[in-house]
Structure formats: structure tokens, C-alpha cells
Write a protein that binds this ligand. Structure first.
Ligand SMILES: NC(=O)c1ccc[n+]([C@@H]2O[C@H](COP(=O)([O-])OP(=O)(O)OC[C@H]3O[C@@H](n4cnc5c(N)ncnc54)[C@H](O)[C@@H]3O)[C@@H](O)[C@H]2O)c1
Length: 342
């Protein structure tokens, strides 16, 4: 049987009828919602054969924008601050700069770490405000937003990045481990959104990005609290995107795979990596042992990513080029996404 030739993408004669029927569908099924601007465009649909053509310029710049990033002292948060600044944004970085919870097996960020992020941002010739604060504390977040608005003039972007990780079997973990992980990762992230949304609503503009995790897209043995919290922020993102879309505010998640930061470069996380790789767990594995366990599972042939390989996805979602991207989870996983079903 002869196969029907698919129309070429730039063949306007074949594309046009499809375009018209989609417009008719819009006019009938959503007539009440179709405003004057869409009506005006509909009128020209029969004569304009360039409908659907690519725009020659895509704006990836962030000049004139300002951003709040939580968990900014180090790791992925620092990389996001620097990447946003290199795109042209002024940045406020907020971090607890202290022990965030009991039973964390990795060292806390220090005030000097946050200062170092500030130095890197100002090297990009952008303004920087460093704030020491806890995302569990709504009053701290609200006053940080007020300060950003006062000093930068407005706040366009919020990146809810701060989080903690504690491993342990669900049935045996101390109660406080569950509570602390959910409290920082889920409640603290919701607080961050709730602190910035009123200002963004008042301007009918905003870009919100939540840092989720590939562990929020599948189960993880001994990682139930973290996995549940990251799964939870994806639900939070989708609901907020739905609520805020008509007010010009986009809300999305970026989901990193394993990335080399203090949260992961420690014997506790490396022990879990050995187990994931089917190896015998040991208390103090060497970097070589962990790499050897990771590499056979790696789609792109690397054991883990670097923070600055995650940040560009966040920057994209904050640009005008991403105006129509909302309610979505973007993966930056060095290919680990192939193991997630959808
Ligand atoms: N590193 C990875 O492999 C990986 C993978 C997937 C997702 N993530 C996510 O990326 C984000 C950044 O992680 P990271 O690896 O850079 O970790 P990190 O520990 O290096 O950095 C997290 C920062 O958040 C801060 N923080 C923690 N609790 C806070 C609180 N209550 N209030 C304010 N600040 C607080 C910490 O002080 C720290 O500076 C987190 O959301 C994490 O869950 C990381």
C-alpha cells in the first residue's frame, strides 16, 4: 500500500486548513473566553499564510529582571544564582547558613558560603542581596520579599531550591526525620511560593521554578520522606500553575539527577549509591568505588552531574522565551530520565 506523503513543515498550503479548523474549534468550544486580540488574529487567518512561522529572535536574556533564590549558599542554588546573574538578573540569595535539622549526615552551609555566592554574582556585574533565613519561617520570607522589592524595585523570579535529605527505612526512622524533611522540602517550598505570589499577582508577572528531584518521580528505597516531599512539590507546582496562569505567572519544576554537591558528596549518600548499584554497602566508600557502582547505570557515561549543568534549565524557564511553559517538570538528569516512564 502506498504511504501518504507527510506535508513538509514549511508547506503553508497544506498547513493552512489544519490551522483554520483549530481556530474554528477554539471559536466554538471556548467562545466566551476568546478575547478581542484572538478575534483579530482569526480574521487574518484566512489571508495570512505565514501562520505558524518561527519567530526569528528568541529572547533568552534576563536583563532588568530580579530574582529570589533559596538555598543559595552552595551547590545547585549557588549555580542558579550565578547563571541567573550571567543572564542579566539581580539576585537575592537566601540560606539558613546553619544546621537545618538533626541527623543530617553532611555539613551545614556557612555564612561565608553565602558570601561567596554573592561574590560570584557581583562578578557578573549584577546586584546581590544575601539573606540568612529559614524557609520554614514565613515572616522571614515575607520580609525578604519586601526587601527585594524595595531594593531591586520588583521581584520577577523565585527559585525554591532549598531542601534537605535524610535516608532511613520508613518504619524505623526517628519521627523527627520524617517531620524535618517534609517541613523543609514541602512546607518550606510552599512558604516560598506563598511569600512571593502576592507581589507577582500585583504586577501580573512572575516566573516560579521549584527544584524537585528525579527521586520525586520514582520510588527510592530508604528515601521515602525525601521522595514524598519531592513528589509533593510537583503537585504543588501543578496546582499553583493552574491558579496563577491567567495572571501571567508561570510555575514549573526542574528535576535534577544525581549532582555533585555537599548534599551528595558524603559517605552516607555514597553508601546509598553503592546499594543502588547493587554493590555491598560500606561505611566509608572511596570516590572510585562509588563511581564504579554508578557508571554502569549511567546513560551518558558520567557518575554524576555538576551544579552548573542543572542551572541552564532553570534560566530558560525564567526567560521570556518560556512565556508559555507552565505546569511542567523539566528534567536535567544526564539521561536518567529514560528510567522514568512518563
Ligand atoms: N545534589 C543532588 O544530587 C540533587 C538531585 C536532585 C535534586 N536536588 C535538589 O537540589 C536542591 C539543592 O540541593 P544541593 O544538592 O545543592 O544541596 P546542598 O545541601 O548543597 O544545598 C542546599 C542549600 O539549602 C540550604 N537550606 C537547607 N535547609 C534550609 C532552610 N530550611 N532554609 C533555608 N535554606 C536551607 C542549605 O543551607 C544549603 O546551602 C535541593 O532542592 C535538592 O533536593 C539535588
Amino acid at each position: 500500500m502506498q504511504r501518504k506523503q507527510a506535508p513538509a513543515a514549511n508547506d503553508h498550503r497544506t498547513v493552512l486548513p489544519h490551522t483554520i479548523s483549530r481556530r474554528r474549534m477554539l471559536a466554538t468550544s471556548a467562545g466566551a473566553l476568546v478575547g478581542a486580540s484572538i478575534a483579530a488574529r482569526s480574521e487574518s487567518a484566512t489571508t495570512n499564510t505565514n501562520v505558524g512561522d518561527m519567530q526569528p529572535h528568541v529572547n533568552f536574556a534576563l536583563a532588568g529582571k530580579s530574582a529570589l533564590v533559596t538555598g543559595a549558599a552552595r551547590g545547585i542554588g549557588r549555580a542558579i544564582c550565578v547563571a541567573l546573574a550571567s543572564g542579566g538578573a539581580d539576585v537575592m540569595g537566601l540560606d539558613i547558613c546553619a544546621v537545618a535539622a538533626s541527623n543530617l549526615v553532611y555539613p551545614p552551609a556557612k555564612p561565608e558560603d553565602l558570601e561567596q555566592t554573592g561574590k560570584l554574582v557581583t562578578e557578573q556585574k549584577r546586584r546581590w542581596i544575601g539573606v540568612k533565613g529559614d524557609i520554614r519561617d514565613m515572616a522571614t520570607l515575607k520580609s525578604a520579599v519586601e526587601r527585594a522589592v524595595k531594593e531591586f524595585g520588583k521581584l520577577d523570579i523565585a527559585v525554591a531550591n532549598a531542601a534537605i535529605q535524610i535516608y532511613g527505612p520508613l518504619a524505623e526512622m526517628p519521627d523527627e526525620n520524617w517531620t524535618n524533611v517534609i517541613d523543609v522540602n514541602l512546607n518550606g517550598t510552599a512558604n516560598t511560593l506563598r511569600a512571593v505570589i502576592p507581589h507577582m499577582l500585583s504586577r501580573k508577572f512572575g516566573r516560579i521554578v521549584i527544584i524537585a528531584s528525579s527521586q520525586g518521580r520514582h520510588g527510592f528505597k530508604n528515601g521515602s520522606a525525601y521522595s514524598a516531599s519531592k513528589w509533593g512539590v510537583i503537585g504543588l507546582m501543578k496546582s499553583a500553575a493552574w491558579e496563577l496562569g491567567k495572571d501571567g505567572i508561570t510555575v514549573n519544576c526542574v528535576e535534577p539527577g544525581l549532582t555533585d554537591t555537599p548534599l551528595t558528596r558524603n559517605p552516607g549518600r555514597w553508601k546509598e549509591a553503592l546499594k543502588e548499584g547493587g554493590k555491598e554497602p560500606k561505611e566509608n566508600p572511596s570516590e572510585q568505588e562509588v563511581m564504579a557502582a554508578r557508571l554502569p547505570q549511567s546513560v551518558m557515561g558520567i557518575p554524576w552531574m555538576q551544579p552548573d549543568e542543572v542551572a541552564p534549565a532553570v534560566v530558560f524557564l525564567c526567560t521570556d522565551a518560556a512565556n508559555r511553559v507552565s505546569g511542567a517538570t523539566y528534567d536535567a538528569t544526564a539521561g536518567d530520565s529514560v528510567k522514568i516512564t512518563a
